[in-house]
Design a protein around this ligand. Structure first.
Ligand code: NDP
Length: 263
């Protein structure tokens, strides 16, 4: 039996084991998926091989460490330096990123989006902002602190901290920070968010399974919004396709994976 896992800190909240195990069982694929609470991202590769894994997903805060740990990076992950899916191939660690395509799938119902404000400057923000830019969407990045904005500046994104953010209009505002995941924090000061959301049509949060303070505020201000469930589904289908070595169609994977959201 092939073994898969998700690495993260925290990781107890992750629905990935349920999603992937349900797909494996439904498709009759001989594999099992578990979770690993990893504190030190530098130990990712060593732990992966020690556990004899065939593949893994990586979540907060290790996606950039995962990029560093890989022997080879394929596809979109190369562009963003962020890896959320690992595959063992001939004793080598191969890295992919399935988050950005998963998110594009999630926001399809919002229709044409021309401008986006990404809140946060971590791994998820890098993947999404790069993907938006690829699609010709005007993308601005807002982060609590300046250090992580350097990456975006170098890539010619407009970047702001809480203090420097001007009043601007966006079609969509996305929270990619972990504010609201375990705390009751907003991803930016409330007055600033009220101003920005007040001029916006759609809001999305990468966090799933709960109405975060950010989504609560968006709802109060009358915006259409989505939590991270569809993004989770999208990235999960693409990761499972890699785990099962493209033996099944995306549609065949998507059915049982979507079903697992009802458990
Ligand atoms: P990272 O650790 O790489 O980045 C975290 C970012 O959040 C940083 O920019 C940090 O700012 C900011 N941040 C953290 N806490 C706060 C706070 N209290 N207030 C304001 N900003 C804060 O995380 P990831 O990009 O890997 O993941 C972010 C979130 O996205 C997680 O909640 C994760 O669960 C979710 N996610 C969901 C997916 C899905 O499928 N639905 C897929 C991928 C991620 P600073 O630089 O100042 O420290």
């Amino acid at each position: 039996m092939r073994l898969f896992a998700i690495f993260g800190d925290p990781v107890a909240h992750s629905r990935s084991p349920l999603m992937h195990n349900h797909v494996f069982r439904s498709l009759g694929h001989d594999a099992c998926y578990t979770r690993v609470h990893l504190k030190d991202g530098a130990r990712l590769k060593e732990t992966f091989f020690k556990l004899g894994l065939s593949g893994a997903n990586v979540t907060v805060p290790h996606k950039e460490a995962a990029f560093q740990a890989c022997d080879e990076i394929r596809g979109f992950a190369k562009k963003v330096g962020v890896v959320n899916t690992l595959i063992e191939e001939d004793s080598k660690l191969i890295g992919y990123n399935t988050d950005a395509d998963g998110f594009m799938f999630a926001i399809e119902p919002f229709g044409v989006i021309k401008s986006v404000l990404v809140i946060g400057a971590g791994g998820t923000a890098k993947a999404l902002a790069s993907r938006f830019k690829e699609d010709g969407i005007e993308t601005t990045v807002l982060n609590r602190s300046a250090k992580r904005l350097e990456y975006f500046k170098e890539k010619s994104f407009q970047t702001y901290t809480w203090e420097s953010m001007p009043e601007r209009t966006f079609d969509l505002i996305v929270n990619t920070t972990s504010a609201g995941l375990e705390s009751d924090d907003l991803p930016a000061p409330e007055p600033l968010l009220r101003t920005l959301l007040g001029e916006c049509h759609f809001a999305a949060d990468a966090i799933y399974g709960k109405v975060t303070p950010f989504l609560r505020l968006s709802s109060e201000l009358g915006l259409a919004y989505k939590d991270g469930s569809d993004m989770l589904l999208g990235q999960g289908v693409l990761a499972n396709e890699l785990f099962t070595q493209q033996n099944y169609s995306r549609e065949a994977i998507k059915g049982p994976m979507q079903q697992s959201f009802e458990f």
